[in-house]
Design a protein around this ligand. Structure first.
Ligand code: ZN
Ligand code: ZN
Length: 144
């Protein structure tokens, strides 16, 4: 597996948690996908590799990863959060529509510059980031 996977495995251990097979598998899936995944999607992928993985242990794992700031749930319309991997080396920004809950990725040098400026100002070891802006999308703006 890749460097990011190794780094996040070490992070879990630094927080004093054991590396169970489910934790390793879920982390592997998150590092491979680099995408928003719902718990159902993660479970479907996990089951392909290990049919023994239970829903309960998957939920506990995602809960733990959220507390360790490895993932962050993003809530959308149907109430099912999708999980975003907090990559310590990459900037991640969204604009979310309060009308329809659509989540769009914000990319570009502006976001990277803004994030880097914040990091430089914070006297902390920043291990992950997710920036969220809120604003009505074109469809919802028209309906009003
Ligand atoms: Zn909208
Ligand atoms: Zn995103």
């Amino acid at each position: 597996m890749n460097k990011l996977y190794q780094e996040l495995l070490e992070k879990i251990q630094r927080f004093g948690h054991k590396l169970t097979p489910t934790r390793k598998l879920v982390l592997e899936i998150l590092c491979k996908e680099h995408n928003h995944l719902t718990s159902r999607e993660i479970l479907a992928q996990a089951e392909k590799q290990n049919p023994e993985v239970s829903r309960a242990s998957l939920f506990r794992t995602l809960d733990l990863f959220t507390r360790c700031a490895i993932v962050r749930p993003t809530y959308v319309e149907n109430g099912t959060p999708s999980f975003v991997l907090l990559n310590p080396h990459g900037h991640h920004a969204h604009i979310i529509c309060p009308g329809c809950q659509k989540v769009e990725e914000l990319e570009g040098p502006y976001i990277d510059g803004l994030a880097q400026q914040m990091i430089d100002q914070l006297d902390r070891n920043v291990s992950g980031q997710l920036v969220e802006f809120y604003g009505f999308c074109e469809d919802c703006q028209e309906k009003k």
